[in-house]
Design a protein around this ligand. Structure first.
Ligand SMILES: Nc1ncnc2c1ncn2[C@@H]1O[C@H](COP(=O)(O)OP(=O)(O)OP(=O)(O)O)[C@@H](O)[C@H]1O
Ligand SMILES: [Mg+2]
Length: 363
């Protein structure tokens, strides 16, 4: 009688199977799913693609959505995270945002584009069955403080995806060839499990020009990045954000399925944002928010929010009962000065927008 050769199980798989069983008996659904994803990932790494796809299909069919919970294991167990070998730092930071798309004030065009992306992602099976791919790569452009990071977070939340933000400080290495190798690890990480892979302040790679140019490496890094982006097809949604779109390599643009432009808010949007910010405080009847909003054209959403918060603080600290025109005007004026200083220091030659002087009455 032939003796059966014992099957060797990869150490990582056996660990995941143990975790799977323990999670099952403990009734811990998130841990169970996390372990199941580890096994799928391991099978995929071993090129057992059919098995990996089948396991993934089963896992998803259980509740019909992309698993939300396994982010927990990702963020708490360090073992799976891609790392820079030199700094031993994680190349991505995984979080699970709770910001909702309804919290974001958007232009109708932006809302429509975002809705389309969500719809395509939710109906990805249908699209794929017709040989089409859902939107997988987005570029978000626009001035600072207009909601790019907020939308990336809200998208992750809406799609039940963990948000994996790339840490450029860890990715960029002064060792020759290491930056491209780190980027490869980041893409590999995002290929093996569905996440929202977020290259926030994407132009940051350009900011590290000196570190990279020491070896004349910047061009090589940009080229490898383009190749990686091009060849990257997975369940992951890749989102890049920049407020320096002019600095981006023109070859990058066509790599994205959609480009979303985030402008500064209109008068109506400023008014709506002020209303939201003031929903828990009393605003004097003599404040006309529309006319205040007109004085704030050129501000970003973040600037508007700061004006509102500044006013609320004044009301609380001065023990007033309500936000008055004087309080609001003073906050607008302070923010204008702040914007001017920021513009000068960030090299903005022309003021963002010729605004009416805030000393004008805005009540
Ligand atoms: N469209 C918006 N609707 C509501 N609040 C907003 C919006 N945009 C920005 N904010 C407020 O401003 C803060 C900063 O916005 P966010 O970080 O998303 O800007 P950004 O476009 O990513 O800026 P940067 O280019 O500097 O990274 C948000 O946390 C939010 O409080
Ligand atoms: Mg941002």
């Amino acid at each position: 009688m032939k003796r059966r050769t014992p099957q060797t199980v990869a150490p990582q798989s056996s660990e995941s199977i143990q975790k799977l069983l323990l999670a099952h008996f403990a009734g811990n659904e998130p841990e169970f799913r996390a372990a199941a994803w580890d096994i799928i990932e391991e099978e995929r790494r071993l090129n057992h693609t059919v098995l990996a796809n089948e396991l993934e299909r089963i896992l998803k069919s259980v509740n019909g959505t992309t698993p939300k919970m396994f982010f927990h294991a990702l963020s708490t167990s360090d073992g799976n995270m891609p790392k820079d070998p030199d700094k031993n730092a994680n190349l991505v930071e995984v979080t699970q945002p709770d910001v909702e798309l309804d919290d974001v004030v958007l232009t109708p065009e932006l809302s429509q584009s975002i809705e389309r992306v969500i719809q395509e992602r939710r109906s990805s099976e249908l699209l794929r069955s017709h040989g089409m791919q859902p939107a997988g790569k987005l570029l978000l452009c626009g001035p600072p403080g207009c909601g790019k990071t907020m939308v990336a977070s809200a998208l992750a939340n809406a799609l039940y995806l963990p948000l994996a933000t790339v840490r450029f400080d860890a990715v960029v290495s002064s060792y020759l060839g290491e930056t491209a190798a780190n980027l490869r690890k980041v893409f590999e990480f995002a290929r093996l499990r569905p996440v929202l892979l977020f290259f926030d302040e994407f132009d940051a790679i350009g900011k590290h020009r000196t570190a990279l140019d020491e070896h004349g490496e910047l061009k090589r890094v940009v080229n490898s990045f383009l190749q990686m982006l091009d060849g990257f097809h997975s369940e992951t949604l890749t989102v890049a954000a920049t407020n320096h779109q002019g600095l981006l390599d023109p070859a990058l643009w066509r790599r994205f399925d959609d480009i979303l432009l985030f402008p500064n808010p209109t008068v109506e949007q400023i008014e709506s944002l002020l209303c939201r910010c003031f929903h828990q405080v009393t605003v004097s009847k003599s404040v006309r928010l529309r006319s205040v909003a007109r004085n704030m054209v050129g501000f970003s959403h973040a600037d508007v929010e700061r004006v509102a918060q500044d006013s609320i603080k004044r009301v609380l600290l001065d023990e007033r009962e309500q936000v008055t025109p004087a309080v609001l005007n003073a906050a607008v004026e302070r923010q204008e000065k702040r914007v001017e200083i920021t513009d000068i220091n960030s090299g903005v030659a022309v003021p963002r927008k010729a605004r009416p002087r805030s000393s004008k009455k805005t009540s």
